[in-house]
Design a protein. Sequence first.
Length: 192
Amino acid sequence: MNEKVLKQVVVPGEEIGVIEEFLPGEGTYVDGGSVRSAMLGTAVLDLNERRVRVRSLIKRGPLAIERGDIVLGEVVGIRKDVAVVLIRKVEDKELVLSKPLHGMLHISQVSDKFVEFLSDVIRVTDILRAKVINSRPPYQLSIKERGLGVVTAFCSNCQSLMTIRNRKLYCPRCRVQEERKLSAKYSTNLKL
Ligand SMILES: [Zn+2]
């Protein structure tokens, strides 16, 4: 393609030229007699067509989450056999998720044993350490392995942070135990 860079960096709304000079292409729009950029990018002119387009500068880098990644996320909803998890962190990656991503945890991925109800093993507001088992959104999660599962839990009754006592979740305030599929990495001072 016979192209020429007109402007290395243009911002949304910036005038690239006037319509007498060239035709508006991808990533541009016409406002009055001006051709303006619709995005942050590089303005490129196709010399054959006299058409200008803007190539986005925001690169779609490697996907934030890959199959096999271990993530930390909060259970935000449970619908029958599926829990919705808000993924907040990817372990071992210098990765800050600008927006939390959604993951799904199906009841078949919580244990090797039979589980009748998801709410027997996880609850809304629990923080999970989970493995990503597919490679594109919506991300499917698994907590079957020993290190995976609930890493932080809050009492269903009073919302207090629960501790571990005799290998069970215990609310120091209500003095009751609760059941979960616990991770071996359960922590009472987890930072997300
Ligand atoms: Zn409690």
